[in-house]
Ligand binder design. Structure first.
Ligand SMILES: [Zn+2]
Length: 194
């Protein structure tokens, strides 16, 4: 049975011994195979709040007490699904490269979406998705945020680079040239056209 209750999936999982983790890993791989259309599963998705997850993109991979120890600044947008939310598919932002440590793997595991093989991207996203589950984070928390919505009567309209615009963030507001405002829009500022 795969848990579909978002509240339950927001709880953090606790560390586990390698022995118990391996047993949970076997159950997870079994559940994942039963689910047919999934590529990864975390223990809390089957009601076990322990830090174990499995990924099955290129080959079955069990991660016990996994930790992301390095992540690239470069991110990319990916369309994700989740066995707990079978009717949802959302665009998320994920790190392009990550390095993971897990108690059942010696050394470090590297995953990179910067590859000609699309399976590498799937695997890289899946590892981040499953480790998130163990921290009570779902894909909805990683949703890709579009450009801020342009407010105004006749929005959207074409704005010239040198045109003065008003941008706001919380209670602050500034008037400046659009070309200077543009980079700030990625930093939480919202454009308002009067
Ligand atoms: Zn999921």
């Amino acid at each position: 049975m795969i848990i579909k209750d978002k509240m339950k999936l927001q709880e953090k999982c606790s560390p586990v011994s390698i022995k118990e983790g391996e047993e949970i890993g076997v159950r997870l791989l079994h559940e994942l195979r039963e689910a047919k259309n999934g590529i990864g599963l975390a223990a809390n998705q089957i009601g076990i709040n322990k830090r174990v997850c499995v990924i099955n993109v290129k080959e079955p991979l069990v991660l016990i007490n996994p930790k992301i120890v390095e992540k690239s600044k470069e991110q990319f947008v990916f369309a994700e699904g989740c066995l707990s939310f079978p009717d949802s598919k959302i665009k998320t932002t994920r790190h392009q490269d990550i390095v993971v440590e897990a108690d059942n793997h010696e050394g470090k595991l590297s995953f990179s979406a910067n590859s000609k093989n699309i399976d590498d991207a799937f695997e890289c996203v899946c590892v981040q998705h499953e480790i998130d589950h163990l921290d009570g984070i779902t894909m909805f928390d990683r949703e890709f945020k579009r450009e801020p919505i342009v407010k105004g009567v006749n929005a959207p309209k074409k704005i010239g680079r040198n045109e003065k615009v008003t941008i706001t963030k919380g209670t602050e507001s500034k008037v400046l040239k659009y070309k200077k405002a543009q980079p700030m829009l990625e930093d939480g500022w919202t454009l308002s056209i009067s």
